[in-house]
Design a protein around this ligand. Structure first.
Ligand code: GTP
Ligand code: MG
Length: 220
């Protein structure tokens, strides 16, 4: 006898939808530096948030398999605007965000984009889910906890995505997954499924595609 189906497990339909969604051609829509420039109409949005250099832009490129769609860099602080991307079918939007935490950029600039990031995350109506990226080598840091608190208080659904999983040993990844699962257990807006990814070798990309497709479907 098998138990009840795992409600978080992806179905064949999720994977098929994920493939169809991300195999379209994606293009850059606009970069936003202030809330008043956010698109005032449009589809549901997925935001990619996380500390500077965690791999947000790389993950978007891995999802769409278009290297160079989002600009990446070794230097923390590369993405400085809310960058909007759209597939041919017109929905959903993916939003690549500036990072929070340490960045190699002028202090006033970092402060301005951190404020933008927080205001966007707390107040964007059509935000379907925030993918909150955590570097698998570092785990959840204090700045991440602050963002999680903000999302819990604003009741914005978010999901932990571990990045750079190719950089740690499989046993360490298992421990980190367990530790992270415990850490989010009491966070009211955290979606319980954690996805471990590597943009470098492709780990978890099909799952994240399936997840985005499923949430998009739920919002249609
Ligand atoms: N090994 C490995 N390196 C990665 C992975 N993802 C990203 N990187 C590297 O990490 C660095 C930062 O990647 P970005 O995608 O620019 O990170 P970001 O979060 O967009 O950074 P900011 O825009 O500065 O906040 C780059 O040198 C990437 O090549 C991964 O899965 N594995
Ligand atoms: Mg970036």
């Amino acid at each position: 006898m098998t138990g009840a189906a795992d409600p978080f497990a992806f179905t064949a339909e999720d994977y098929a939808d994920g493939k169809a969604l991300f195999e379209q051609r994606w293009t850059f829509v606009k970069g936003v530096v202030a809330l008043e420039h956010l698109p005032d109409s449009g589809p549901v949005e997925f935001a990619f948030a996380g500390r500077s250099n965690v791999g947000k832009s790389s993950l978007i490129n891995a999802l769409v398999r278009q290297n160079g769609l989002a600009r990446t860099s070794n230097t923390p602080g590369r993405t400085q605007e809310l960058n909007y991307f759209v597939p041919e079918a017109g929905r959903p939007f993916l939003v690549d965000m500036p990072g929070y935490g340490f960045a190699e950029a002028p202090r006033d600039k970092v402060e301005a984009w951190t404020k933008l990031v927080k205001n966007y995350l707390a107040g964007r109506q059509r935000l379907a889910r925030v993918f909150l990226l955590i570097d698998a080598r570092h785990g959840i840091k204090k700045v991440d906890e602050e963002i999680m608190k903000l999302l819990d208080e604003a009741a914005v659904s978010y999901q932990i995505v571990l990045t750079k999983s190719d950089k740690i040993k499989p046993t360490d990844l298992t421990t980190l997954m367990q530790r992270t699962q415990l850490a989010i257990a009491k966070q009211t807006a955290a979606y319980p499924l954690i996805i471990a990814t590597s943009s470098e070798v492709g780990t978890g990309i099909d799952d994240l595609r399936a997840q985005a497709a499923r949430v998009t479907r739920e919002h249609s």
